[in-house]
Design a protein around this ligand. Structure first.
Ligand code: UDP
Length: 371
């Protein structure tokens, strides 16, 4: 009788989006007798990460605790490499799974490569085309591609990118994006907190604009310009309101307080857990965001999204019609145009999600089982 050997898999994350997107994979691995799963958090973000571990009931086996004030990509990288090496020596895993394009993901992949441990890259094949934007994420994702053994791509476009860059067809797997799995889970299993339920109740007669912005490329004039235009729009259109969970980064907090504190119909919140945030997305009139994950979630919720970026590594969101890139355009003009003519806002309600069908994690685990 042939008995299949149990594979030991390390799953590594360090930031909010990685935890959200790896939670469904951890769930599938833990429920599969073919795997022993070890969860490692770099804690590249700490406070932002905690609520997500609770929602998805993730137990962290090793916490590398890399976060410090004013951390740099180099300090995160050095600590993750060092910390993982000790864990590798003890656990001797067969595979390490990393997600996306953070410094944690790059360092995890590189640490695995150096020890000849197989590397699986979840959300492979995204490219903005500009090495410096988003920074350092575009470089991180390209570097992981060079050393990964399994490339789990969300879309056909992502698969094509990888193949064009010389990755063998047998290493590229079209799985969909695991964020769609996470979103389905949360939408099916949970209700918003009392605080958010109350906010929704208080704003029920208003067109809600939900904002997130925290990316490095948005800091400074770009961010203040966006906030000023949103402020002007909401003050002019009195049946609208702005809801903004403000990222803890001081570059975001300072400008936000200067521009948006104490404005009528502007709600500044602490960062929200995934249940509350998805509830707000679902009930919004329009979303404006520089986030990557939000571009992948908006289609499932049928919500129009104005992307606060110069470019996007997720063109599928634009092509599907759900998102529009603000780029050099005037955000205020775009808001006004869609306020006057709501045809785009209405049209996105029925768009299928180009990023996945909610079964990505199952496909990833199946590939790991077979290989
Ligand atoms: N998100 C959240 N609470 C918030 C803001 C965002 O749960 O207050 C979620 C959002 O739904 C998405 C993810 O966090 O899944 C995006 O994280 P972020 O914007 O930090 O990273 P990116 O997606 O740009 O890598």
């Amino acid at each position: 009788m042939i008995t299949s050997q149990i594979k030991k898999v390390i799953v590594l994350f360090g930031t909010r989006p990685e935890a959200i997107k790896l939670a469904p994979v951890i769930f599938e691995l833990k429920n599969n007798a073919n795997f022993e799963t070890i969860v490692v958090s770099s804690s590249q973000h700490t406070d932002l990460l905690k609520p997500f571990l609770q929602i998805f009931n993730i137990q962290v086996d090793y916490d590398l605790q890399v976060m410090t004030d004013n951390q740099t990509p180099n300090s995160v990288c050095a600590k993750v490499l060092q910390g993982l090496d000790t864990i590798f020596a003890k656990e001797k895993p067969d595979v390490i799974l990393v997600q996306g394009d953070t410094t944690t993901a790059f360092a995890g992949a590189f640490a695995g490569f150096n020890r000849k441990i197989k590397v699986g890259h979840v959300e492979a094949g995204l490219r903005s085309g500009n090495l410096y934007s988003p920074f350092p994420e575009e470089a991180n994702r390209r570097l992981v591609t060079q050393i990964a053994d399994f490339h789990f791509a969300a879309t056909n476009k992502n698969c094509e990118v990888l193949k064009r860059e010389g990755i063998g067809e047998n290493k590229v797997f079209l799985t969909g994006n695991t964020v769609v799995d996470a979103l389905h889970f949360v939408l099916n299993h949970s209700k918003p907190s009392e605080k958010i339920a109350k906010l929704l109740e208080n704003t029920r007669n208003f067109k809600r604009i939900l904002l997130t912005t925290h990316r490095r490329e948005s800091f400074g004039d770009k961010m203040s310009g966006n906030l000023l235009q949103l402020k002007e729009f909401v003050s002019q259109q009195t049946d609208t309101c702005l809801i903004f969970p403000v990222h803890p980064n001081p570059n975001v907090r300072k400008i936000t307080n200067e521009i948006l504190a104490n404005c009528e119909r502007v709600y500044l919140l602490e960062p929200l857990d995934y249940i509350d945030f998805t509830a707000l997305m679902k009930e919004s009139w329009l979303i404006t965001s520089d986030s990557g994950g939000v571009q992948e979630e908006a289609p499932s919720l049928g919500k129009p999204l104005l992307v606060l970026r110069e470019n996007t590594e997720r063109p599928e969101a634009i092509e599907s019609g759900v998102a529009k890139l603000v780029g050099e355009n005037s955000l205020l003009e775009m808001l006004n145009a869609n306020y006057i003519d709501e045809s785009w806002i209405t049209s996105v309600k029925q768009v299928p999600n180009p990023f996945g069908d909610g079964n990505a994690a199952k496909r990833i685990v199946e590939v790991l089982k077979r290989n």
